[in-house]
Design a protein around this ligand. Structure first.
Ligand code: FES
Ligand code: FES
Length: 220
């Protein structure tokens, strides 16, 4: 004759429920411990953790202060394009490899997809929209037009910002210096020779049809 087991039977549902409850309990303890660590690191009167919901963020863009409500995870690129709205700054890779999103922060060339908007408060942010004044293009912008330094134009704002940053530091760059300064900006259309000529022209250096900017070596 079959005898019933004397100990209580744990069925699959009860087992999984129990497992779920313990996992939540462990996770809660871990999150609590992490929050304690962050608060300890901030110290008394230190910065308190922000978010995850939207918080007030004030950015200085092209000389104007703008107030936003942004989640702390929002990148500067996202803030500019989707909340600005300043769509001249382009989003291509969104992971710091192409340079299409380049802006100036306190005059330094920066990939805006690699910066959190909240961390750029109190800094001077310049986008492509902030270069021309009273409808007057900058010498770099003008040179890009005159040297036909664009095809689809998607990389162009980033390259104009890169060239602008270079000339602010080095008003008469050599071809090699231009190449190095623009090496973080990819142009899939391959207009590099025209971009280099534009940078030379914007820095008042002679550029002619026959100016050599790319040495192809002994290509058969
Ligand atoms: S979109 Fe930022 S580097 Fe490509
Ligand atoms: S002009 Fe098309 S990617 Fe540069």
């Amino acid at each position: 004759m079959n005898q019933k087991p004397s100990s209580p039977v744990v069925d699959r549902r009860t087992f999984l429920k129990g497992l779920g409850t313990s996992a939540v309990a462990v996770a809660s303890v871990q999150v609590g411990a992490m929050a304690d660590e962050i608060n300890k690191a901030a110290g008394p009167g230190g910065a308190s953790p922000q978010g995850p919901g939207a918080v007030p963020v004030t950015l200085t863009i092209n000389g104007e202060k703008k107030d936003f409500q942004l989640e702390p995870r929002v990148t500067l690129l996202d803030a500019l394009r989707n909340y600005g709205p300043l769509t001249g700054t382009k989003e291509v890779c969104d992971r710091g490899t192409c340079g299409a999103c380049s802006v100036l922060i306190d005059g330094k060339l920066t990939y805006s997809c690699m910066k959190l908007a909240i961390d750029t408060q109190g800094r001077e942010i310049t986008t492509i929209e902030g270069l021309a004044k009273d409808g007057q293009l900058t010498p770099v912008q003008q040179a890009f037009i005159e040297c036909d330094a664009l095809m689809c134009g998607f990389c162009t704002p980033g390259l104009v910002m890169a060239t602008t940053a270079l000339l602010a530091e080095n008003p008469k760059p050599t071809v090699d210096e231009i190449k190095r300064a623009c090496s973080g900006n990819l142009c899939r259309c391959g207009t590099y020779p025209h971009i280099i000529k534009a940078a030379l022209k914007a820095s008042d250096q002679s550029v002619t049809e026959t100016t050599t900017v790319i040495n192809y070596g002994n290509v058969a």
